[in-house]
Design a protein around this ligand. Structure first.
Ligand code: GDP
Ligand code: ZN
Length: 461
């Protein structure tokens, strides 16, 4: 395949120490060479591949130095896109990086669309679709654990498992084919049924296991949607602030995403929480007032975790009781705050009402109890034990949907064999599940889907 030469700033926008302008395509070397003035009169066209060169980017029109740079020269196909790649490392701020990019575009490169580098890697056969999607996840990964899941996926862990399952299905299909071609041999039919059931059940079991990881995978990827509720003045905003202060999250900014609510991401012992920011908190305060209103219940129901805050220095009120009713059946941690003040709250009464929940006492003012709260959060979701590195997780909702569909086709096939359905009907279900699994790794994907997927990337990736 042949493509034009694309370029973009491939590091996050803003005040990074280094910014990289990346070029990929046939003319990448030529374009960079026209702008680069190295030590002596070294030309980038002559240097060996995968080397870095110090020099300056000079505007050919004015002969002005635009930026002091290190240029990496990488000849395809041993590059991310499999094409010739140039990376210009600039150390100036946004202005000079943009100037370098502008010069590169003047010399004939085209500004890359979001995700276009990764898309090329996919189209040039460098990575498969699930690996490309892992790049999206990597950009968005908020915590170490999420990062490991994405890395594992990029590494092809999920792809390998999917390939193995497809291979199993192919083997079944091959046997079915023999059976259809030689229907006169009874023992072949007998064997086929036996083998078909065994192998289908095995594939079914593997997919089920993978799907079981999806909830945790999704949480790792997107963060646990966490709503702090409680009456006015119990300390909700204080709680949000302490969690944010103690657990500064690595937040990667995703340009172009619009959010109604400003969210705070915090990483509590490996559990990424997506907390509602002040705007959202104010909304939950409203929720308290309007409890019983259907919409507000809905907001609560969509949360993965509820932090229900009470005031130690006040008696349990009817409002508190209503809150407990509203969050019934959810994952709730009860926080009894303001323990530095004289006790008014009846702990026995509370233990009765909240007997299904973990109760943590805090004094946010005195900085007490935060550790216990963090411990409660982490043990609630990881039972303290799960290591993302050991398991193949599936966390991408497209993958999950396809796995579910493939699983249903396998189930159809199994119950078909069990109830004596003609084997060529069973064959259809098996073929369908083979195709669905293929879509995960991009073996049978529609072109527009590919465009849509890659447009989710940041510019420059
Ligand atoms: P919200 O209305 O639920 O968000 O509550 P805030 O976080 O705004 O806190 C209300 C007031 O209680 C503020 O003046 C806080 O400083 C104070 N406060 C929060 N936590 C504690 C605590 O543990 N002890 C005491 N004595 N005051 C607290
Ligand atoms: Zn508040």
């Amino acid at each position: 395949m042949e493509f034009d030469t694309i370029a973009a700033i491939s590091t996050p926008m803003g005040e990074g120490a280094i910014a990289i302008v990346r070029l990929s395509g046939e003319d990448a070397f030529k374009i960079a060479d026209r702008l680069f003035k190295g030590v002596g009169s070294k030309s980038l066209m002559d240097v060996s591949s995968h080397t870095i060169h110090y020099g300056h980017i000079v505007d050919p029109k004015t002969n002005e130095v635009a930026e002091e740079v290190m240029v990496s020269v990488m000849k395809g196909p041993k590059t991310f896109t499999k094409e010739d790649v140039i990376e210009i490392n600039c150390h100036g701020g946004l202005v000079s990086v943009n100037r370098v990019l502008q010069l590169v575009l003047n010399e004939g490169a085209r500004l890359a669309e979001p995700g276009e580098f990764t898309k090329r890697a996919f189209l040039n056969g460098r990575i498969d679709l699930s690996q490309a999607e892992a790049v999206i996840d990597l950009i968005r990964a908020k915590t170490d654990r999420a990062m490991n899941v994405a890395l594992g996926q990029m590494d092809g862990r999920l792809s390998r498992l999917i390939r193995k399952l497809r291979q199993e299905i192919l083997e079944i299909l091959a046997h079915v084919e023999v059976n259809i071609d030689y229907p006169e041999y009874d023992d072949v039919e007998e064997m086929t049924h036996q083998m078909l059931l065994e192998k289908s059940r095995y594939v079914h079991k593997e997919i089920e296991q993978l799907l079981q990881t999806s909830q945790q995978g999704k949480i790792l990827r997107e963060g646990l949607s966490t709503v702090i509720v409680g009456r006015p003045n119990v300390g909700k905003s204080s709680l949000l602030n302490s969690l944010v202060q103690e657990n500064k999250a690595i937040v990667t900014d995703i340009p172009g995403t619009t959010r109604d609510v400003i969210e705070e991401y915090v990483n509590v012992r490996g559990v990424p929480l997506r907390l509602l920011d002040t705007a959202g908190i104010r909304e939950t305060e409203d929720i308290v007032e309007r409890i019983g209103v259907e919409r507000s219940r809905q907001v609560l129901k969509e949360a993965d975790l509820i932090l229900l805050v009470l005031n130690y220095s006040e008696k349990l009120s009817e409002e508190d009781q209503n809150l407990f009713k509203a969050v019934e059946g959810m994952d709730v941690i009860v926080i009894v705050n303001k323990t530095d003040l004289p006790q008014q709250l009846d702990m026995e009464e509370l233990n009765e009402i909240a007997k299904e929940y973990r109760i943590v006492t805090t004094s946010l003012k005195e900085d007490e109890g935060i550790n216990e709260l963090e411990e409660a959060i982490s043990s609630l979701f990881f039972s303290g034990a799960i290591e993302a590195g050991d398991i193949t997780y599936v966390s991408n909702s497209r993958h999950i949907a396809l796995l579910n569909q493939a699983n249903r086709s396998i189930e159809e096939a199994i119950s078909g064999v069990e109830s004596g359905t003609p084997i060529d009907i069973v064959q259809i279900d098996l073929t369908r599940s083979w195709e669905l699994l293929g879509e995960i790794i991009g073996d049978s994907v529609h072109e527009s889907l590919i465009d849509q997927l890659f447009s989710q990337f940041c510019l420059g990736k």
